[in-house]
Design a protein around this ligand. Structure first.
Ligand code: PSU
Ligand code: MN
Length: 347
């Protein structure tokens, strides 16, 4: 979470607007379909603090998304992330659909509602394509990276923090299963901070598609190693690296002030001390993927991910869940940023 501090944020947003703020325009455009929490509205309108968007698909889709957080871990984790952001004097804006209305910033009661297994069993996983039907059917929905970015951008939020982004699935050359997250990164100008991509994906192809879509990938660290969520290195390289969060903020500031729509994707490797544990889990992921191919499960479309996650859970006796919280919590700590005046290093 880079707190793109007041002046910086206001400057970046005012470029998009003449007279009316982005938020005021969004309110006019969306009417009562849009509900913005008071503290989020205050921060956006006054620039008193940075605002950081958060997704909720990992809250509502506990059994199907990776890391597969069961109740009440989903609620606790979402709240911990919000608290980490507050600790860096930014305002968290957790985004979801509640009864078909877009909410930017959730109360604890709303977050608890969304985390409840009885409720989230009926919730939809909302990506860009799902917005109209979600509003029309007045459902509750957890937003994916794509869904969250799209809605955050509407109200003028410049920064979004998550664990792992979606990407290109293994075997996508046949299945065409490529997450809408990648396309959203190619069309929505904001900073997205992650710990890598979902561990079950094909990372090489994911980076290729990001390049095709015009998305720069920046590692925050000493090298341009692209992290693999559970471990600091994936064997693949990012297109750029910066040494700390303040350089990242400067790059983001530059990007937001260009008249081009792409997001800047930042990858925060997990700290070295989690590496060993991460290796064990990544090996279980590889084994589960191999078994899915042997058993023909890999051809079953939407069933593949839940199957793989269940198998990884069995193979690691539940350790995967605990470890998967680390990268998410870590990205949420990489944060309060004064923009740096020092020049960016080039890889
Ligand atoms: N990262 C993970 N696990 C997940 C997700 C991300 O490690 O489950 C969620 C995010 O909400 C992401 C979504 O945006 O999965 C992508 O889903 P799909 O591949 O269906 O686009
Ligand atoms: Mn998909």
């Amino acid at each position: 979470a880079f707190n793109l501090r007041s002046s910086l944020r206001v400057k970046a947003s005012s470029r998009h607007t003449a007279g009316l703020s982005t938020l005021a325009k969004a309110k006019a455009a969306w009417g009562d379909r849009l509900v913005v929490a008071e503290e989020v509205e205050h921060a956006l309108e006054t620039g008193s603090s940075g605002v950081v968007a958060l997704e909720t698909a990992i809250v509502t889709h506990a059994p199907y998304v990776h890391p597969g957080m069961p109740h009440p871990t989903n609620y606790d984790c979402a709240l911990s992330v919000e608290n980490l952001i507050r600790a860096q004097s930014s305002i968290p804006a957790t985004i979801a659909l509640l009864s078909g209305r877009i909410h930017i910033g959730l109360s604890r009661t709303q977050l608890a509602h969304l985390s409840d297994p009885a409720i989230n069993a009926k919730s939809i996983k909302l990506s860009r394509r799902d917005l109209a039907r979600g509003i029309y059917s007045k459902v509750d929905a957890g937003t994916t990276v794509a869904g969250t970015m799209m809605l955050a951008r509407q109200v003028g939020i410049d920064l979004f923090v998550t664990g792992g982004i979606g990407g290109v699935h293994r075997g996508a050359e046949r299945s065409m299963d490529i997450s809408a997250d990648l396309h959203e990164l190619g069309r929505t100008p904001m900073g997205v901070v992650c710990a890598g991509a979902k561990s079950i994906l094909d990372l090489g192809l994911t980076l290729e598609v990001l390049e095709s879509l015009g998305v720069n990938v920046t590692t925050i660290g000493e090298t341009n190693d692209f992290p693999a969520f559970y471990s600091p290195k994936s064997g693949f390289k990012s297109s750029f690296f910066v040494k700390d969060a303040s350089q990242a903020a400067s790059l983001l500031h530059t990007s937001l002030n260009l008249p081009t729509p792409q997001a800047q994707l930042f990858a925060c490797p997990i700290p070295e001390e989690y590496h060993a544990q991460g290796e064990i889990i990544q090996r279980a992921v590889e084994q589960a993927v191999r078994e899915s191919v042997e058993q023909g499960v890999d051809k079953k479309g939407k069933e593949v991910t839940p199957w793989l996650l269940k198998r990884v859970g069995e193979l690691t006796q539940g350790k995967a869940l605990k470890s998967s919280l680390t990268p998410l919590l870590n990205t949420s700590k990489t944060t309060d940023l004064e923009p740096s005046q020092t020049p960016l290093n080039s890889p």
